[in-house]
Design a binder for this molecule. Structure first.
Ligand code: GLN
Ligand code: ZN
Length: 768
């Protein structure tokens, strides 16, 4: 039996790599200083795994920005627009690499970055490879070999982790018409062979190819290509040991394909898909070893040793211990670094902490599981087993986690609770009587610029340098200024500006029961950006109103309507570490009830328009299409539960950022929000087409300007977009608003853009 990891977090225990990259980008440090930090980080990771006793330690899991971009550079898939940087003598390979990741605006050049998108269903973003017809590849960067050699010098015969050829192609995007990216497999194969050859020359023993696409829906062509490519690689290297790593879902209909590939080890994710163990053990060929992904690489819970051992024992019983590997379910890239760094008992109590394991702790779990499974565990190991069992048991019954009132309330929640009193057609009239809004009403998505000042106040308040009263006064002034300004320029539905919020999930998590926070639980989101998701550990309950104070204050300042602003249940769930002792759908329902209480309290406080943001609903879609419907059912229901406690006259808005809704438009309609605001401007309103085709009945605010850029759009541009919108959606249904919240923007550009937006709406109304 052997232990291994699929990958380790590279950002550093204190985000050293993040800081080093940012300093290098801003020109404060030299390339050598950055490289030094990179080297230290990798070596520390290797040493940690070596000391823990991991058998196969990965290399090439390190990256300065993103592992997919690493591969793009490795195989020389460099888009033409970077040619000039690539050929410049003064720029290093890493400079070219960062230009591809972040764009390049210097020395008279202005080159856009490569696109970025989510890595499967995680919150990690990768840089999307760009492919041309008949594209050629060549070994451009030696990173993989260098890291292998570097590990060797540190006394480790590492296991290079390489994005598999098929997965690499499938992650990319065809940048011209008339070909299928899979057609490039034969062009790409020689580069892969060259890499493997060099690794073999340097005495590599194991090589891991990550092929998570084997756990997704594949077409026939992809399946065939898998066979062809791996057969070819095997032919060239009869003696190397190849591991194919799958994760994030089960193999399902690709089971016979995956087990028939001529490789040595197949890694499967038993956290996401525990049932696949039996299926695989039934069909696994004699020549194939099985790597059991039993420690959750995507979440922060301590492993349940008893349960994991039952998996391991079953595998050993069927195929023998020499053919069993144990590992985390996926790369630990998605886990925070080290639980030992969590020392603040106020945000993370010792009772909760004993249930958690971060990346470093997971490494030790793997090693302990091996010792336990080998049958001759020493006394300390047996003690660890006992402790693990105790922690697992207390989690089942802890009063911190289990709140009978919450469970009872979920049980009595009925379909009626997820339904507004009347259908939209009636609500619309009732609302208009109260709200008296003009044609093309204007509004914003919620946040106004979070200036340095605002962030400084919060920091000072947290450090105790400002009293609660002082902090409150400052926020009130900022809110009032924002309300006055919106009144002045003539926005119809105002917002308070969200100055009191650090983050749209954390702000609510901090006020809800059942959430804990870490000090240092950072996870890489993209490049140097990290997020620190809250931990949902217990039954969620709202002990007191969360936003009423601010909404009520803002409303008291003005005769105009102020929109209450909440984050929806699915988004709160999606952007947190979620408990694994009950279905996600149940946790989501608990959050939905908490938000419902808030919505009802806002209504009681006189707020007539309430927005429940759900930007994460689409990204929560399961990887396999066959599971979409089930997810959408509970996700939409959760939204409806949160929104349906109010009178017909109260107008419920929702907001979503990425608005490619073609596949799920009827589910979006099913949410039955009175108004939905979506991101639309960059697509020139194209994304509205799905709503038009569906004849979406409720109101829509397609964003008329892009808030991701500091550029101020002209009134004419926005009028033009509004005309395009009117061409497909009846004017009576349309709202006018930016694409998303304005918190990352500066005030001067925001002012200019919103003034032009209001004028655009007025002119459109006059012309109607
Ligand atoms: N109300 C939030 C804001 O304006 C919405 C942010 C989002 O959709 N990501 O900031
Ligand atoms: Zn948004």
């Amino acid at each position: 039996m052997q232990t291994h990891l699929l990958g380790y977090p590279r950002i550093g225990s204190n985000r050293e790599l993040k800081k080093a990259c940012e300093q290098y980008w801003s020109g404060k440090t030299s390339l050598n200083e950055l490289l030094e930090i990179g080297k230290t980080t990798t070596h520390q990771n290797w040493k940690l795994q070596q000391e823990a006793g991991i058998d196969l330690i990965p290399c090439n899991d390190f990256s300065y920005y993103d592992q997919v971009l690493d591969m793009t550079l490795t195989v020389g898939a460099i888009p033409k627009r970077y040619q000039e940087i690539a050929s410049k003598e003064s720029s290093s390979e890493l400079d070219l690499y960062f230009a591809m990741a972040r764009g390049f605006q210097k020395d008279g050049l202005d080159i856009t970055a490569m696109e970025m998108t989510k890595w499967f269903d995680t919150n990690y973003h990768y840089i999307v490879p760009e492919f041309q017809k008949n594209q050629e590849f060549k070994l451009f960067s030696n990173k993989i070999i260098q890291e292998f050699i570097s590990a060797k010098q540190a006394g480790i015969n590492a296991k290079p982790v390489i994005i598999g050829l098929l997965t690499y192609l499938l992650l990319g995007k065809e940048k011209e018409e008339g070909f299928d990216k899979l057609d490039l497999a034969q062009n790409l194969l020689p580069v892969y062979i060259q890499i493997v050859k060099e690794l073999e020359n340097h005495d590599a023993e194991y090589i891991q190819f990550d092929e998570p696409f084997l756990a997704l829906d594949l077409n026939e062509k992809a399946k065939e290509t898998y066979q062809v490519i791996y057969t070819e690689i095997r032919k060239q290297f009869p003696h190397l040991k190849f591991i194919i790593a799958t994760y994030f879902d089960g193999l399902k209909d690709n089971l016979s394909l995956a087990t028939s590939l001529p490789v040595d080890v197949l890694h499967i994710d038993l956290v996401r898909s525990p049932e696949q163990l039996d299926e695989i053990l039934n069909v696994i060929p004699q020549t194939l070893s099985l790597s059991l992904g039993i420690v959750d690489g995507r979440n922060i819970w301590k492993n349940d040793f008893e349960r994991s051992l039952s998996f391991i024992e079953k595998a050993i019983h069927t195929i023998g211990s020499e053919r069993v590997f144990i590992a985390p379910s996926c790369s630990l890239l998605h886990s925070p670094f080290d639980l030992d760094l969590e020392t603040n008992e106020k945000t993370l109590s010792p009772e909760i902490k004993q249930w958690l394991a971060f990346a470093k702790q997971k490494v030790y779990e793997i090693v302990t599981l091996k010792k336990l499974a080998s049958g001759n565990a020493d006394y300390p190991t047996l003690q660890q087993y006992a402790e693990n069992k105790k922690a697992t048991d207390t989690r089942k019954t802890s009063a911190l986690i289990h709140n009978q009132n919450v469970k009872d309330r979920v049980d009595v929640t009925t379909e009626d609770d997820a339904k507004r009193n009347s259908p939209f057609s009636i609500r619309k009239e009732d609302q208009q009587k109260v709200l008296q809004l003009p044609l093309f009403p204007t509004t914003t998505i919620g946040s106004f610029p979070q200036t340095k000042e605002v962030r400084t106040w919060r920091a000072k308040f947290k450090k105790g340098e400002l009293t609660a009263g002082q902090y409150d006064d400052l926020l009130k002034k900022e809110t009032e200024r924002t309300i006055r300004w919106q009144e002045e320029i003539g926005i119809d539905v105002l917002v308070h500006g969200e100055f009191e919020r650090n983050d749209m999930v954390e702000y609510f998590g901090e006020q809800l029961d059942g959430f804990a926070f870490t000090q240092n639980g950072w996870v890489q989101s993209y490049g140097s950006r990290c997020v620190k998701p809250p931990v949902i550990y217990g039954d969620v309950h709202r002990p007191h109103p969360m936003t009423v104070y601010w909404s009520q204050y803002a409303q008291s300042l003005t005769q105009k309507w102020v929109k209450g602003m909440l984050t929806g249940p699915v988004t709160i769930l999606q952007w947190s570490f979620v408990r694994d002792d009950q279905p996600r759908s149940l946790t989501c329902k608990q959050i939905a009830l908490a938000i419902r209480d808030e919505v009802n309290d806002l209504e009681k406080a006189g707020i007539r328009i309430i927005q429940i943001d759900e930007p994460a609903i689409r990204e929560g879609l399961p990887l396999r299409r066959s599971e979409w419907q089930q997810y959408l059912e509970w996700a939409v229901e959760a939204f409806r539960i949160s929104a349906s406690g109010v009178e017909d006259t109260t107008q419920i808005h929702t907001h979503m950022c990425y608005s490619e809704f073609n596949d799920i438009i009827h589910n979006i309609a099913d949410m039955d929000a009175d108004v939905i605001t979506i991101e639309c401007s960059r697509s020139q309103m194209e994304l509205l087409q799905a709503f038009a085709d569906f004849k979406y009945p409720n109101e829509i605010g397609p964003g008329v300007y892009d808030i991701h850029s500091p550029r101020v759009p002209s009134k004419e541009e926005m009028i033009h977009l509004l005309q395009k919108a009117q061409a497909v959606i009846p004017a009576q249904q349309l709202w006018v608003n930016p694409d998303c919240g304005l918190k990352t923007r500066h005030w001067d550009e925001t002012e200019k853009a919103l003034i032009a937006m209001v004028e655009a709406s007025r002119e459109a109304a006059a012309a109607y």
